[in-house]
Design a protein around this ligand. Structure first.
Ligand code: PMV
Length: 325
């Protein structure tokens, strides 16, 4: 009973920030995202009656990570299957964790698919998305293909992500810039809990459905300028909530701010690109395929940055025979 799955991380264009149910991880609002081709997690899961205890190995150079969250998620899978077999898990990311690149999205999507397959369950894409969501909210968007929407339901069964368009629908690119290997101090899961303490939060929520509708319209029309400017404002709005929460959350580093200003400057010079940022210092620069080389050329002049990872829209989570053990 062994299976291996690969899932891509995703970048949210309209963000999920704040939950109406902490246990089920039900978000206060819906969100929109794109899977990222070069930010992946591969996970092998084996349920085996010869194992005496659960063994989880997270191979990302950050062994401070708590495997308890992984075990809690595997218990959901064991409960669904009605089995109590011990499990061995090995998981590896292609990118750093805890710097703002949403490794928990790809991580919990890959873990869910591999575990469900290994234990012999047959779940639909919707059921996989619902299950992944309980491990990490944004993981539900890494299950379906390409450009996805997490629909905002009031129950576990109605809160899941669906594909809006396949990856080849639009050739936009996410140039991820790693600005530091420093790990964030407040994990995203903790940060989410303080969203509602910002006095700006209720205003954000009162306007969010309109914003989602607008963003879907620009996606539908492939209107890059309106789309880019909307998602950049959305990222700044989410960070405005973080900055004004109790305790305040400041995920940016000086290089993050430098890059935000650079993107605006390059746009002023005619290079169409927009930024978005999650919980961490790393920055996502969204551009059209034809402009990627110009964005990269500009970035290469900035000595403070550590690494660039170019991402195309990617498919959803899938199984592979390349087991890690
Ligand atoms: O799924 P979580 O708990 O890691 O939260 C994701 C939060 C953001 O990345 C900031 C926004 C989003 O929608 O991905």
């Amino acid at each position: 009973m062994k299976a291996t799955a690969i899932a891509h991380s995703n970048i949210a264009f309209i963000k999920y920030w704040g939950r109406k149910d902490e246990i089920l991880r039900l978000p206060v609002n819906g969100s929109l995202s794109m899977n990222l081709s070069n930010l992946t997690t591969i996970t092998t899961v084996e349920f085996n009656e010869r194992l005496r205890k659960d063994v989880v190995t997270i191979k990302d150079g950050n062994n401070k990570k708590d495997p308890l969250r992984v075990i809690t998620h595997l218990n959901r899978v064991r409960d669904l299957a009605g089995l109590s077999l011990r499990v061995k898990v090995v998981t590896q990311n292609s990118f750093p964790s805890s710097t703002g690149l949403s490794s928990s999205a790809s991580g919990f999507a890959a873990l869910t698919l591999a575990a469900v397959q290994a234990i012999g369950l047959h779940l639909s894409e919707k059921e996989l998305s619902i299950l992944s969501r309980q491990g990490s909210g944004s993981a539900c968007r890494s299950i379906p293909n390409g450009f996805t929407e997490w629909v905002d339901g009031n129950t576990s069964q109605t809160s899941y992500a669906v594909s809006l368009y396949p990856p080849e629908y639009w050739d936009i690119v996410d140039v991820v810039v790693i600005v530091s290997n420093e790990k964030k101090v407040i994990p995203t899961s903790e940060g989410q809990k303080s969203a509602q303490s910002s006095s700006f939060y209720s205003k954000r929520i009162s306007l969010i459905n309109k914003k989602i509708k607008q963003c879907k319209k620009y996606l539908n029309k492939k209107d890059f300028v309106r789309f880019g400017s909307l998602i950049e404002k959305e990222a700044l709005e989410m960070h405005a909530i973080m900055l004004t929460s109790s305790p305040p959350l400041i995920y940016w580093l000086p290089t993050t701010v430098l890059l935000m200003k650079k993107v605006m400057e390059w746009r002023g010079e005619g290079l169409l690109c927009y930024f978005t940022i999650n919980t961490g210092q790393d920055i996502h620069i969204i551009c059209q395929q034809k402009d990627t080389k110009f964005v990269v050329q500009k970035l290469q002049t900035i000595k403070e940055i550590k690494k660039i990872i170019i991402n195309n829209p990617a498919k959803g989570a899938y199984l592979t025979e390349n087991h890690l053990f």
